[in-house]
Every structure is written in C-alpha cells, then in structure tokens.
Design a protein around this ligand. Sequence first.
Ligand SMILES: Cc1ncc(C[n+]2csc(CCOP(=O)(O)OP(=O)(O)O)c2C)c(N)n1
Ligand SMILES: [Mg+2]
Length: 1031
Amino acid sequence: MFNLRTCAAKLRPLTASQTVKTIPQQRPAAPRTFQQIRCYSAPVAAEPFLSGTSSNYVEEMYYAWLENPKSVHKSWDIFFRNANAGAAPGTAYQSPPPLSTSLSALSQAQFLVQAQPNVDKLVEDHLAVQSLIRAYQVRGHHIAKLDPLGISCVNFDDAPVTVSPNVDLAVFKERLRVLTVGGFYGLDESDLDKVFHLPTTTFIGGNESALPLREIIRRLEMAYCQHIGVEFMFINDLEQCQWIRQKFETPGIMQFTNEEKRTLLARLVRSTRFEEFLHRKWSSEKRFGLEGCEVLIPALKTIIDKSSEKGVDYVIMGMPHRGRLNVLANVIRKELEQIFCQFDSKLEAADEGSGDVKYHLGMYHRRINRVTDRNITLSLVANPSHLEAADPVVQGKTKAEQFYCGDTEGKKVMSILLHGDAAFAGQGIVYETFHLSDLPSYTTHGTVHVVVNNQIGFTTDPRMARSSPYPTDVARVVNAPIFHVNADDPEAVVYVCNVAAEWRSTFHKDVVVDLVCYRRNGHNEMDEPMFTQPLMYKQIRKQKPVLQKYAELLISQGVVNQPEYEEEIAKYDKICEEAHARSKDEKILHIKHWLDSPWPGFFTLDGQPRSMSCPSTGLNEEDLTHIGQVASSVPVEDFTIHGGLSRILKTRGEMVKNRTVDWALAEYMAFGSLLKEGIHIRLSGQDVERGTFSHRHHVLHDQNVDKRTCIPMNHLWPNQAPYTVCNSSLSEYGVLGFELGFAMASPNALVLWEAQFGDFHNTAQCIIDQFICPGQAKWVRQNGIVLLLPHGMEGMGPEHSSARPERFLQMCNDDPDVFPKLDDFDVRQLYDCNWIVVNCSTPANFFHVLRRQILLPFRKPLIIFTPKSLLRHPEARSSFDDMLPGTNFLRVIPDSGPAAQSPDKVKRVLFCTGKVYYDLTRERKARQMEADVAITRVEQLSPFPFDLLQKEAEKYPKAELVWCQEEHKNQGYYDYVKPRLRTTINRAKPVWYAGREPAAAPATGNKKTHLTELQRLLDTAFNLDAFAGLA
Ligand SMILES: Cc1ncc(C[n+]2csc(CCOP(=O)(O)OP(=O)(O)O)c2C)c(N)n1
Ligand SMILES: [Mg+2]
C-alpha cells in the first residue's frame, strides 16, 4: 500500500501545456512517470489535514482524480489542480459550499472553486465517511442478525435494529457506538443528506461514485448487518479483501430466480422430511438429527453444485454425527433402504470385523450432478466418535487423490469439512489441520469448512465452552474468510455457500461458513435439553421450522402455491415409504457397501485378496548396486553439497563397493526398488528429509544457491514412480492423520510417517487408537501406512527413549493363549492381524519388511521401532547377500553360532528384540558363554511368530527360556511376549525375565544410572543361577 510519503512524492505540478486529462492513468503503479518534485517536506505534506491517518484517503482521492477528475468531489479537484500547480502549503484548498441534499447539486459545483475554505470540516467529513465504511466492513458482523433464536451467544454489545430506508440517526448512533470507537466520527444529522465520494475500497455505490450519507449507511447495513456477518478484514491480501467486498456490497447481488428458490425449497423439503420420517419410524433411536439446521443440506448441495460448475469432479467430505444420515441420504445419495435397514437391530453382519454404528460409516458414490450435468464422485470418510479427528484424514486423502490424478492445483478434487461449534472451537486438531492448509506437500488447495453452529455442545453453553466470541475464530490464523449466516434465512445461506465455493475455486484457500442455527432436540433424540438450557429451549419450542417459514415466504411471493408445496412433500414422503418397505427385505448388513475408499483392481470383485502368497522380497545385485551408487552421488550438474555430506556419501559409496548396507542405505534400497516398480513413496514427518539423526539425507542442498535442492531418489530410473519426502509441520496428530488419509487413497503407495522420536507419537494417539489399530475391523477398510518410531534406551532420559512398544502390542488382536492353526504363518497370520509390529535388528530385515509391505496382496498398518545408535553401529550392517532374490524378511533370527551348533549343550535361550541384541552378544562374548547361551531375535513381534519360536524352543531342550529386554518390566515387550511364549511351549517351562525393574518413567535421566541398570540386566541375563529355585 502506498503511504503518505509516496503519495506526496507523486504529486507534481502540471506543466502549462498539460491538462489533468492528459495525465496518464497512474494506478496502481507507474511511479517512474512521476518526477519526485515533492518530498515529505514539500508543500503538500505540510497541508494541515495530511496526517498519517488521512493519507490513505487522500491517496484514494488522488488516484480517482487522476483517472477522472470528475469522479471526485469538486473541492478535491480544485485541491489537486492547485497542488499540482505548485500552490503553497495551506493554500491549495478551496472550500466547497455546504453540500446540498441532492446529488444534482454536485453538477452545479463549478462556482465552488472560488468558495471560502472550511478545509478541516470537509476533510474530516470525508474521512469520517471512509472510516464509517471501514467500520461496517470490519465490525458489521457484530450487529448482524445471525442468531435465529435472537439470544445471541456471541459476546458483543448487541443492538439489533430494523433497517429502514429512512435512517434514524439516533438508532444508528447507538449501532455505531458498537461499530466504532467514539461514535459517529463527528458526523451528525445534518450530514445525512450530504453527498460523499465513495472510496475504491467499497462497492456499495454500484455504478455510482458518490452517494448521500443516508444511502451509504443503508447500503452498508444491507451488506453487513442483515443475516450474513462477514469476517474478512483481517486477511492480509488486499485483492482477496476487495473480492469479498464486491461479493457482499454490490447492490442487488443477492438475487434469486424463482427456479432457484423452488430448488432451494425442494432441498429443504427433503432435509426436513427425512428427519421427520426417521423420527416417525424409530422414535427411540439415536440419530443425531439435523432439526434446527435443516438448511445444511441445501448448503452442502450448493457448495457441491458451484464447485462442480467450476470443474471439480471429486469431493471428499468429513463430518461428525450431527445430520450425518441426512447428508448420506440427501447429499451423497446413499440408497435410502441401505440407511433404513441400519435401524434394524436383527440384521446380521456379513463382513468380518466389529463394524460401527450407523452414524460413523463412510461412503463412496459416483453420480451425475443434476444441476451441472457433470459427473461427480462424493466420498464421506468414516470416522470415530472423536470429534474432528477425521479432519486431517480427509485432507490427506484429498491430497492423495489430487496427487494421483495430477491435479496439482486442486481444480478437480476438493474437500469439505463439517464441524460442530463446540468441537471446532475446542479440539486442537482443528488448528493443526488448518496449519497444513498452505504447506506445499500438504495443501489441498482450499477446503470449505461448514460449521453447524447450534450454539450448544451436548449440555454446555458457548460461554463455558470457548474463550473466543465465535466458534470459528481458529480459522483466522490462516487468513480464511468466515461467513456467519443465520440458518433460518435459506437464501442467505445459499448465497454465502456459493461465495465460499467461488472463493475456493478462485484463491484455492480455506473458507468457513458458520451456520448459526439451533438444535431442536437434546444432544440426541433421547436427551432432555430443558434440564440444562431451559430458556434457550423455551425459545426453541416457539421457533417455526425453517421449511415452514421459507414455504410461507415463497407462497406469499407467488413463487409456489400451497398445493405445489404439499405435493413436493408428499412426493418425498412416498420415496421414503417405498424405500422403507424395500429395506425390510434386507437380511444382511454389508459394511462393505459403506467403504469410503474402494480399491478397484487390487481386490477381487468380492473384495478378497488376489492371492494368499508373498513373493520373495529380495532384489537383484545389479539394482542394489545401482541404487547404492545413486544414493552415494549427486545426480545433477554444478551442485555443491556440504563437505561433511560429501564424506557421508563417500562412505556410502564404499559400503556399496563392499556389498554392505547400513540402515540408511537399506531404506534407500527398499524405496528405490519399489519406485522402479511404480510404487509411489511418501515419507513425511518432522525433519525426515535429512533425518533426525542426520543419517538419511534424501534432500541435498546446494551450498551456493538458495533453495536449490536435489532428491537423488527421483533420479533412479527412467520411468520410476515419484518419491515424495517432506518435512512436516511440528504436529503429530495432524500429520499422522494426514498420512493415514493419504495411504487410504491407493494400495499402490508406500506411505510412511516418522516420529521425530518414538515418544512423540502419543500426541497422535487418537489416530493410532481410533483409526490405525481398529480401522479395518470397524470400517472394512485396509490401510498400509508405516510408522517409523525411533526407539531405544540410550541414556537420553525419560523422553527420547521409548516409543512405548507395550502400547502397540497391547492393542494387537492375536490371542496370547491360542496357538494358531495355520498352514502358512508367513502370510495368513498377517492377513488375520489388525497391524504388524516389528523391531528389526539388521538393515537387511528393515529392507525386507518395507518391501513386504507392498508385495503382500493386502494392506495392514506396519509399526516399526527403528534404531538410533544402531544407525551407525559397525555391527549393524548387512551384506547384499541377505537382500538378493530368494531372501525374505525374517520373523525370527535364530542363533547361528556355537550354541546353535550344539543345541543340546545350551543352558539358556535369551529371546530378545531390537538393539539389546548387540549388548547381549558383546556381553556373551566377553563372558565366553557362546556355547552356553543362545540368543534368538524376535524381529516380528506381532503377529507373534508362534511357529518359529516353537522350533527355537524345541531346538534347545535343556535350556531355560528367558525374555530379555532393556525396557522396564511394565513396559517394552514382556507382557505381550510372555504368555505367547508360554503358549508356544504348551506351558511346559517358565519364561524368565531379565530386564529393568518396573518403573513409572520410561528411562532414567541419569547416564550413570542408565549404565548401571544396563549392566545389571546383562548380569541377570548371563547369570545361569539367576532363576535357580524360583520355578
Ligand atoms: C474428542 C471428543 N470429546 C468428547 C466427545 C463427546 N461428545 C460427543 S458430541 C459432543 C458435543 C459436540 O458439540 P458440537 O461440536 O457443538 O456438536 P453438536 O452435537 O452440537 O452438533 C461431545 C462433547 C466426543 N465425541 N469427542
Ligand atoms: Mg453444537
């Protein structure tokens, strides 16, 4: 924005030969055509009225004058002529005559040129008008009539008044007290009929550039203080602000054709009668009905219609309980009988798994949009009760759908998120999700948010539920415009929904529609709301349903007549009745019909895996070498990397020559090989590009050119799939939810989320508990997301040590007491489990488990506890030989030393997992007990390798069995492993424990204590008398 200094600098005297009209149009920028004759100290700047606050206004006037001298008030015309002619400070102004009450007076203004100055008053009045306009733009929503109940939960000074064309100054003064600080900016009654030039920051004039104050106020009231409250003036982008002003200020912009009104009425009929139908048939069933916000259905349909018109053909939605069945029926168009049959408690479930309640299930439907006659796919993502938890999941899925169809700008695929008012304000995940909205690897190019703001959350009033005036204030952090609208005015609702969809398609940024409504019943249909909100509910009882109000309005306008209206109702009721009759034939409930993300082609037609086997996860030597070489090089020209990194790459190169891999290289091999096979890989999380432990370096940075980067992984093969590696925002809940959603979209992608340290996954616990662990059981939807959780006790203190394996293991669904009766543990056991939990002790096994994740004929979440110190441990290396064709992931790695050669002599088998293996082998060697103690590594913890461990236990018939872990006894793996090991050996022997004592914190903060504890557990592990006499 230009300021006073630049404005003053741009004023220059006209030469004798110039007229005003000959000056080229200078707006918005052509400063080079101006000579800087005046500077800040020049005469114009010395004008008494040119203060900092008035400068914008003067600029406005000046530019308007440059474009057309007649467009500004005559007094400004004279001023600018005089100023440009070089008038001395204070003399450029000629005062206008008292402004008459009519516009026509302006045209006779020639004589004003010579009038006596009353400069201060004139400028003040114009400034006052500009401030007034701005006050309405900024704060008009404070006094808009947003609440259908009129009880206004928004804590602003409220002074609702009716707007009439005859402005009553007293009333307006009161309203303006709310809008402005200090009243009416010095204007008074006598100014109401004065005509004021309108600044370019308003569109209320339509084709007129000046209006009497009375009309200015009336139009501002119409734009900003009726049933729509627009919050947008905090937006930093001026073009966006102008766009919104134009959408709401332009006179007569909110016009509806009769056809549009009838469509709106028909949609309201469906929405209202659907709830009534459910209520009639199942009066005592919970359905979280939409009564009080029936307008949600036309609102969503409008957003979808407008977006479809703008080119969108896939809409992904997330929503909570309220009105969900109605949205399924009337927006997504799920067959009504499928919805109704859900109310039948005798229905048998056809699918495996536990299923979910009817208002959580997802949906996917492709159909023709009747308004635009274009194909549209609608998907509603299944969600848990946990409010707002589905937000990032929807965004991730949307991003993936955009990615896979090459929609880089979000022109074809978009998301709509619905929220309750209490949840939107209260749940932090809303904020985390908003903060993904503009990040390059996470943006979905704009989401339309719709808040069902029924002014209550369960039994809690807004004043107890949030500290912000509106439930939507969180959206301000990302500069999203917020359109509050009275949900009892369906046309206002439809209007803002159209604007919201247009905003999204124009700017590709988030936008919020706040439907201010009420909840006619209790939280659910069984709840008594009068216990806690007596006055609110007295008011609600009096409230005429919106359908009735709107029908009466349209009948009074002659848009429809009573019989037509009744016929519309009867028609829809009949549809419901017929569907209900059909629903009685349904005997079986197919949750598969409620899939939100089908994977056609990946499964057979009836949803089964195409095979029940997994090929070898090994890779040929040539590919291993090639990937290794790229991983240790800079595959672009003239790219200078950091010297330290050169050394790292050199070491990698040497490893490749020696046919060995460390952890980072093993990961490279797995990713690189899958990319060759067309599998997209996406690795996301905090600092994943370099890797928290500086081991990965998947993104190289040119040391000489700012922001120039290179991702060698994308330079591997000619037609490879793309590799996405992205540092995320510092969020776990939001980002893990996002990646889970991304992984939902396609089975042919390896999507990994890495926690900075495993500890931090627990701020995303809801995604793990509600989606990842039980997702398939609840929603018959598979997901192959991989969690990389750095874990290990390395003396780093209570945090940064434990990824809490005990929690993941506790949530595994394999039965500790039953030895599975399976022919094929390798694949079948994986098929039956809810997720896979591994802790690899070698890079090769890490490589295999990543590849297996994709080569399996189905998808399961994979939890990997990844190492920290092992990343650089000289023994934690694997040979290419362990990765060649024919090799596989090893669920168990048996001992291969002297103990295995003479198993009869072995006195003890130490079962362990992960990094402690290296401590144990070192200690065993030091104690020369290699023949006495066998060490067996359990690499796949869950599903538990009963079959392989049985063989291990049988191999050492005389040995004691000990589970050894570095974690505390109440943590780690012990509670999970012990009963399963016992089952494995038919409870023939005890399973002893060698590890840390139980503790509250995961690790000590004292390094010395850490080492003492470690030594103690190693002592127990190798003290062959440790358990003597305890059996
Ligand atoms: C994370 C979470 N906490 C608590 C609940 C319990 N709960 C269910 S609905 C509800 C009130 C939600 O209010 P609001 O968001 O305004 O939606 P409304 O029911 O009014 O449509 C609460 C607290 C929940 N489902 N999820
Ligand atoms: Mg609510």
